[in-house]
Design a binder for this molecule. Structure first.
Ligand SMILES: [Zn+2]
Length: 146
């Protein structure tokens, strides 16, 4: 090891030879120090866009559910006493399904709580968008944190 001051060197952790501090790559063995420094962050789990896309699809269907449920419930409430109560109940159920689908979509986008994301997706299956969303969520199970 030399400390002449003009050009300080370090010993390569891979081959043991001294080379310039400025070099990012060992000129003798090619050991890359940039990769070595960024390694821990880069070794995170592989993430695809699938749960995000699936989550967005489920989210969209959830919003449509909320709109449809709200319209059915509000519309039916005008006909209370003429069988409108049933419509209000249906609208309320669709609203609840929409909320669950929304939560599932949000969880899927964040890649957490796989079970709830899956349940949210299942509730949206009657629609093609929801079905695709559910499949995307299901196949990317490994990307979820739990
Ligand atoms: Zn080296």
């Amino acid at each position: 090891m030399q400390s002449s001051g003009a050009q300080s060197t370090r010993n390569c952790v891979s081959c043991g030879r001294a080379f310039s501090w400025d070099a990012n790559v060992c000129p003798y063995c090619g050991h890359d120090y940039r990769v070595a420094m960024m390694g821990p962050q880069q070794q995170q789990k592989k993430e695809s866009a699938m749960p995000v896309i699936g989550g967005v699809l489920v989210l969209i269907v959830g919003i449509l559910y909320l709109i449809a449920g709200g319209v059915i419930a509000a519309g039916s409430s005008f006909f209370m006493g003429f069988g409108g109560g049933f419509g209000v109940a249906c609208g309320a159920i669709i609203l609840v399904l929409g909320i669950i689908a929304l939560l599932g979509g949000i969880f899927a986008i964040q890649r957490k709580n796989f079970a709830l994301a899956l349940i949210g997706g299942i509730f949206t299956v009657p629609s093609i968008l929801g079905l695709i969303g559910l499949i995307l969520i299901a196949v990317s199970k490994d990307e979820f944190t739990n």
